[in-house]
Write a protein that binds this ligand. Structure first.
Ligand code: UN1
Length: 504
């Protein structure tokens, strides 16, 4: 297999990332596969960030005049370029974020899917007409481009999350300024090169329509605080969102927050344990536990605990851990040492709370001293306490028992986050209760599938400490536009609403 560095450099070259993006002594881009530095990337200064926002702001005046279906054509071309470069970009996701090959490619497929969706949407940005009480009047709502959309993304979906926002923003008439994670600058540069190819083919894309700010936290803050950015979509920790939300609100900007998850699955007495086992394995172990939708809490009925948990232990003991480029590997590296240390702290706390821990130890040190691989951990908890109540971004699955469905739903809802959830049951009453008003309080509630791996047609996001934002499908596009209510009088009198008279 090619060395990690050669693999990365070959892809950057093929995708046409310009040499000007790199600088000796710049920000270190690492691969978690070995932990080595693979490139040094030029960081944007505060002035450059402001200039980029200014270019995007200027682009808005042009782009909003382009008819929406024509804007959709630009997104269609982005989708075509993504199809053409799927193998390289997917591989780069694997190299920079550590995802296994199939998940790296899946992430690019998710980008293609949202582009397809947005192309159709570009002919569907419709409002309502509403009955008016006044004669010879018409009332309607219309949707208009909003302005520059700031997008702040995390390392774990280094490219797809940009695309959920950008594909919608572009068709809605909004330029995008993207601040990717410091941990994944290369995939962002690669996406920007791909967008550039689509822009060339489209012709006439205003300069500044798609900007990328490579660098640290200050650049994200620039987006958060700049009044030229009316909407900021931020994905990351709840701690980050606690800062972003109020700061954007302080200037009456709009934010779309996609924050932490502490997602649970309930396994009921009637569950098909074979499908539950497969779904749980993917949701808890997949992406090395580094999805915001990762399954972190398993709430198992006491009657099936004794059958399910030993089977799960078998899976935990046998999954292949290693270089995510390798066939058959299901668990790649954690993003860095801090992630590994955080995992160990959570496991220590769980032990102190009386848990039995299977797995969780460091693995594959042969792949490089700076590569942090961990065996996925199955943690049997005496009750739902301690670290089980918070999100640790690592492959830890806490397992506990329940007796009644009401108790299980209460446990599912008893954490700060409200992103995703699921139940495994063949009992229709339980399934319907779980998705009812009295059921899961999450933005995503599934039956007989795990909490992760959502497709883009639905609205993606969650409640409570997850931040309340919705991205991708359904009517998520409305967050990227402004709504106007228009009342038009085509008569020759001026009747007032509410029966008010005002004779002059
Ligand atoms: C994330 O982890 O930030 O539902 C997003 C899923 C993916 C998206 C996850 N479609 O797991």
């Amino acid at each position: 297999m090619a060395s990690v560095r050669d693999d990365v450099l070959g892809i950057l070259d093929r995708l046409g990332v310009p040499a000007s993006a790199f600088a000796k002594g710049g920000m270190a881009a690492r691969s978690p596969i070995t932990g080595e530095v693979v490139a040094e990337v030029r960081e944007a200064s505060a002035e450059e960030a402001s200039a980029a926002i200014g270019r995007a702001h200027a682009a808005f005046a042009q782009w909003r005049k382009v008819p929406a279906p024509r804007r959709g054509e630009f997104v269609r071309l982005i989708g075509e370029e993504l199809r053409a470069h799927k193998a390289d970009l997917g591989r780069l996701v694997t190299l920079e974020a550590g995802k296994i090959t199939s998940e790296g490619l899946g992430e690019v497929q998710e980008m293609i899917d949202i582009c397809d969706y947005a192309v159709g949407l570009s002919r569907q940005l419709f409002g309502l007409t509403i009955a008016t009480e006044r004669p010879d009047h018409r009332m309607m709502e219309t949707w208009h481009p909003l302005g520059v959309c700031g997008v702040i993304t995390a390392f774990n979906f280094p490219v797809a999350v940009w695309s959920w926002n950008a594909a919608l923003a572009f068709v809605c008439g909004d330029p995008v300024v993207w601040k990717p994670s410091e941990k994944t600058p290369l995939t962002a540069l690669a996406v920007q090169a791909i967008v550039e190819k689509a822009a060339q083919r489209f012709g006439g894309v205003p300069a500044g329509l798609s900007e990328v700010l490579i660098g640290g936290r200050a650049l994200g803050e620039a987006l958060v605080d700049d009044h030229r950015v009316p909407v900021v979509s931020a994905t990351g920790s709840t701690a980050m969102g606690r800062q972003v939300g109020p700061r954007v609100a302080a200037r009456f900007g709009r934010s779309i927050l996609e924050l932490g998850g502490n997602n649970a699955a309930i396994v009921a007495p009637s569950a098909d344990l074979e499908i539950a086992l497969r779904a749980i394995a993917f949701a808890a172990i997949g992406t090395a536990g580094q999805r915001c939708t990762t399954l972190r809490r398993l709430i198992v009925h006491e009657s099936v605990y004794g059958e399910l948990v030993p089977k799960l232990k078998g899976v935990y003991g046998s999954v292949k851990i290693g270089d995510p480029r390798e066939n058959g590997v299901l668990v790649g590296p954690l993003i860095d040492k801090a992630a590994f240390d955080g995992m160990q702290r959570a496991l220590d706390e769980a032990r102190a709370a009386g848990a039995t821990v299977t797995g969780g130890q460091r693995a594959r040190e042969d792949l490089g001293a700076e590569g942090y691989y961990a065996a996925p951990a199955l943690v049997e908890m005496p009750s739902q306490t301690g670290p089980m109540l918070r999100e640790t971004f690592a492959p830890i699955l806490y397992v506990t028992k329940y007796a009644s469905i009401e108790e299980a739903i209460a446990m599912q809802n008893a954490v700060g986050a409200g992103l995703s959830s699921s139940i495994f049951t063949l009992n229709m009453r339980e399934a319907e209760l779980f998705v009812s008003d009295e059921g899961s309080d999450c933005g995503i509630a599934n039956v007989n599938i795990g909490p992760s791996g959502a497709e883009i047609g639905g609205a993606f996001g969650g409640e409570k400490e997850t931040g309340g934002g919705r991205e991708a499908g359904s009517d998520a596009w409305k967050a990227y536009m402004r709504r106007a209510t228009n009342t038009v009088n085509y008569g020759s009198t001026v009747p007032l609403a509410q029966g008010v008279t005002f004779e002059i």
